[in-house]
Design a protein around this ligand. Structure first.
Ligand code: FES
Length: 240
């Protein structure tokens, strides 16, 4: 436990695009997470506060918020590690429309996964044997590096290019596409490379690396996007 005051101040965004921060006093607890704080306020101080979570163990990706100016998953973020001068400011994720308070609209985020062809398309039927993919193969290792994405939106909220160019597919959708172009069972590799190239795709990335720095699952979308750029270059030079 840090500090002697048994309570600390928390400011939380209330409203939609228009709104304001409201302050609450929250009791300190040992190993308290930011999600614990929001849950305490909603259950004990103001039941009208809207927020989103499900698993509370870092699996579902639904609890991401902006904490003291940085996008984070809140169920695995300890208050003691992110407090500034004993204060906590919690806001909805940047780059997402706000529905209410801390709840954002994720539709465009996931629509971009569809535009990046983020769905697996296999060529086998039920009559075929299971595909055998060597875990040590280059393709499998490349897919493994990005496949644990939980769709939390932290990378998307941290990306300046998404802020500047709202049509940019964003790091999560492009990382998803990268895992699929490395899936040797998928039959739409070339179409996916084309769908993720160009000004709204991988070529818009400025390689600032905020997505990689902030990803709570330690995925490197910057590397995935660089891989897509290389593939797009090869496919263009081959005239495909
Ligand atoms: S509540 Fe599921 S990842 Fe945080």
């Amino acid at each position: 436990m840090t500090g002697k005051d048994p309570f600390f101040h928390v400011s939380i965004w209330r409203g939609k695009d228009e709104g304001n921060f409201v302050s609450y006093d929250v009791p300190r607890r040992e190993s308290q997470t930011v999600l614990d704080v929001v849950t305490y306020i909603q259950r004990e101080l103001d039941p009208s506060l809207s927020y989103r979570y499900a698993c509370r163990v870092g699996m579902c990706g639904s609890c991401a918020m902006t904490v003291n100016g940085v996008a984070r998953w809140t169920c695995r973020t300890h208050v003691a590690k992110v407090q500034k001068d004993g204060e906590l400011e919690i806001a909805p994720l940047s780059n997402f429309p706000v529905i209410k308070d801390l709840v954002t609209d994720m539709r465009e985020f996931f629509d971009k996964w569809a535009r990046a062809m983020g769905r697996f398309h296999g060529g086998s039927t039920r009559a075929d044997a299971f595909a055998r993919v060597d875990p040590a193969s280059r393709e499998r290792r490349a897919a493994d590096a990005g496949v644990e994405c939980i769709g939390c939106g932290v990378c998307y909220a941290s990306c300046d290019v998404v802020s500047w160019r709202p049509e940019f597919l964003g790091p999560a959708a492009l990382n998803r596409a990268w895992t699929l172009v490395n899936d040797v069972r998928d039959v739409q590799r070339d179409a996916r490379v084309q769908a993720t190239a160009g000004d709204r795709g991988c070529h818009a990335c400025h390689t600032q690396g905020s997505c990689t720095q902030r990803c709570p699952k330690s995925i490197a979308p910057t590397a995935s996007i660089a891989g897509l750029k290389r593939l797009a270059l090869c496919s263009n030079s081959l005239g495909r």
